[in-house]
Design a protein around this ligand. Structure first.
Ligand SMILES: [Ca+2]
Length: 89
């Protein structure tokens, strides 16, 4: 049933977006609605704590990551920019 498949595809999209929005709010500790480079470090820390990974980017690597995600180059990451990174759209 293609209709059912569409339903699940839509559900998955919403589920992922909700997860990203929830994580975004948790990481945006000062509630500015955007993520700074410092808050991006919190994201890495969060990923490490959930997955027992030991990702420890250097300051330069964080700068490169910021530049990759910060598509409008305003120095902070919006929810849309983070969604684009994680959902590839
Ligand atoms: Ca930005």
């Amino acid at each position: 049933m293609s209709e059912e498949k569409d339903y699940w595809e839509e559900f998955k999209t919403y589920a992922v977006e909700t997860a990203i929005e929830t994580a975004f709010k948790a990481i945006d500790t000062n509630g500015s609605g955007t993520l700074s480079a410092g808050e991006l470090v919190n994201l890495v820390t969060m990923v490490n704590s959930f997955h027992d990974t030991k990702i420890n980017p250097t300051e330069d690597q964080m700068k490169i990551l910021m530049l990759t995600v910060d598509t409008n180059l305003d120095g902070v990451l919006s929810l849309d920019e983070v969604k684009k990174l994680l959902l590839g759209k």
